[in-house]
Design a binder for this molecule. Structure first.
Ligand code: NDP
Length: 296
C-alpha cells in the first residue's frame, strides 16, 4: 500500500482563505477587523521567525496585527502590565505570548494573566479545563490543525482507536482530549510506556508528538492507519540540514493509509489555526455566529 499524502500546506491555504473571506465580510459590514497581538520577549532566532510569519499571515487574511518585541531582560511586572493593557484593548481579540520565555519570567503566571477569551493559543488554565470537560474553549492551534485534517480525511472519527505518542501540555494532552471529544478510543503513550511498538500497532490513528527524529518506523504502523506526524526535527544528512518528523516517513508511507509529510504536513496548519482562533475569539466577543468548520 502507498499512503495518501495529507497535504497540510494546501489545507492551511484553504483555512486561511476561509478566514480571509469572513474577515472581508466583517470589514465590509462592521468597518472593523479582528486583531491579533503577538508578544515576543528576547531574540531567540526560531521565535523571531515564528513571530514574523504570524504577523505576515495575520495581515494577509485582512486582520490587524500588533507586534510587541520586548527586551530579553523584561521584568515579570512589565510583561504582565502589557498583557493587562492588551486584555483591556477593544481592538485586540487574540493575544499570543511566544514561548519559551527567558528564565526570569514565570510562563504559567504570564499565560494565566491573558484573558481566557483572548487566549488564542488555548494554554490558559481555564481553557485547558474547559477542553478537558468537553465545554466550548479556545483550543491549542497544533492539535486543532491535526483534528481538522483528520476530520477532513475520515469524516467521523467515532470508534476509531487513536494513539497519541507524547503527553506535553501544548500537543499530546490537548490532542488526546480532542480525539476523545470526537469519540475515539484514546491511548496516550510517553517515555515510560512499555512496548511502544505494540501500542502504536493498535492505532487506526497514530499521532506522533515526541521530538525524536524518525523514532517511529514503518513496522510500528498498522496497515491502513492514518499517521499524523507533529514532530519537527533538524538533522544533518549527506552534509545537509534536513527537517524530519518523529515518524520514519519512507517506511511508514508504504504501510499507512494516509500520512502527513514533514515539512508540509502539520506545520503549516498551526498558524492557519491561530488565525482561525482569532476569528473565533472575535465572533464570540461580538456575539456573532462562530465560523463553521474552524473550531473543535
Ligand atoms: P515535549 O518535549 O514537550 O514532549 C515530548 C513528549 O514525548 C513527552 O511527553 C515525552 O514523554 C515523549 N517522549 C520522549 N521520548 C520518548 C520516547 N522515547 N518514547 C515515547 N515518548 C517519548 O515536545 P512537544 O510536545 O512540545 O513537541 C513534540 C514535537 O512536536 C517536537 O518535535 C516539536 O518540535 C513538534 N511541534 C510541532 C509543532 C508544529 O507543527 N507547529 C508545534 C509544537 C511542537 P515524557 O512526558 O514521559 O517525558
Amino acid at each position: 500500500m502507498t499512503a495518501t499524502i495529507i497535504d497540510g500546506k494546501a489545507f492551511a491555504a484553504k483555512v486561511r482563505q476561509q478566514v480571509a473571506e469572513q474577515v472581508s465580510k466583517i470589514r465590509a459590514e462592521r468597518h472593523e477587523a479582528p486583531g491579533l497581538a503577538v508578544v515576543l520577549v528576547g531574540e531567540d532566532p526560531a521565535s523571531q521567525v515564528y513571530v514574523r510569519n504570524k504577523g505576515t499571515q495575520t495581515v494577509e487574511v485582512g486582520m490587524e496585527s500588533f507586534e510587541y518585541k520586548l527586551d530579553v531582560n523584561t521584568s515579570q511586572h512589565d510583561l504582565i502590565a502589557l498583557i493587562e493593557r492588551l486584555n483591556a484593548d477593544p481592538k485586540v481579540h487574540g493575544i499570543l505570548v511566544q514561548l519559551p520565555l527567558p528564565p526570569q519570567l514565570n510562563s504559567d503566571l504570564v499565560i494565566n494573566t491573558i484573558d481566557p477569551a483572548k487566549d488564542v493559543d488555548g494554554f490558559h488554565i481555564s481553557n485547558v479545563g474547559l477542553l478537558g470537560t468537553g465545554q466550548k474553549s479556545m483550543v491549542p492551534c497544533t492539535p486543532l490543525g491535526c483534528l481538522m485534517m483528520l476530520r477532513d480525511h475520515h469524516g467521523s472519527l467515532a470508534g476509531m482507536n487513536a494513539v497519541v505518542v507524547g503527553r506535553s501540555n501544548i500537543v499530546g494532552k490537548p490532542m488526546a482530549q480532542l480525539l476523545l471529544g470526537d469519540s475515539c478510543t484514546v491511548t496516550i503513550a510517553h517515555s515510560r510506556t512499555k512496548d511502544l511498538a505494540t501500542v502504536c500497532r493498535s492505532a487506526d490513528i497514530l499521532v506522533a508528538a515526541v521530538g525524536r527524529p524518525e523514532m517511529i518506523p514503518g513496522d510500528w504502523v498498522r496497515p491502513g492507519a492514518t499517521v499524523i506526524d507533529v514532530g519537527i526535527n533538524r538533522i544533518e544528512r549527506d552534509g545537509k540540514t534536513k527537517l524530519v518528523g518523529d515518524v520514519h516517513y519512507e517506511s511508514a508511507a508504504k504501510v499507512a493509509g494516509a500520512i502527513t509529510p514533514v515539512p508540509g504536513g502539520v506545520g503549516p496548519m498551526t498558524i492557519a489555526c491561530l488565525l482561525a482562533n482569532t476569528l473565533t475569539a472575535y465572533c464570540r466577543a461580538k456575539g456573532l455566529p462562530e465560523p463553521v468548520g474552524l473550531t473543535a
